[in-house]
Design a protein around this ligand. Structure first.
Ligand SMILES: [Cu+2]
Length: 68
């Protein structure tokens, strides 16, 4: 399964890593790719919990606009 999160608030590579690590720490997530230019995080894994992913990104200090 693969999902794309639209994330607001990232301004540099530090932010990218922060979001990436926050998502990678969640269970069920196999890989995370965060792109600063498109403001997206693409996650792949066995089971992706939208609410958990949203909470992790918010906890890290960023906003999730959508999950598709
Ligand atoms: Cu930053």
């Amino acid at each position: 399964m693969k999902k794309t999160l639209s994330v607001e608030g990232m301004s540099c590579n530090h932010c990218v890593n922060h979001v990436k690590n926050a998502l990678a720490d969640l269970s069920g997530i196999a890989s995370v790719m965060v792109d600063l230019a498109t403001k997206t995080a693409v996650v792949e894994g066995e089971s992706l919990d939208d609410a958990a992913m949203r909470a992790a990104v918010i906890d890290a200090g960023y906003e999730v606009v959508s999950i598709a």
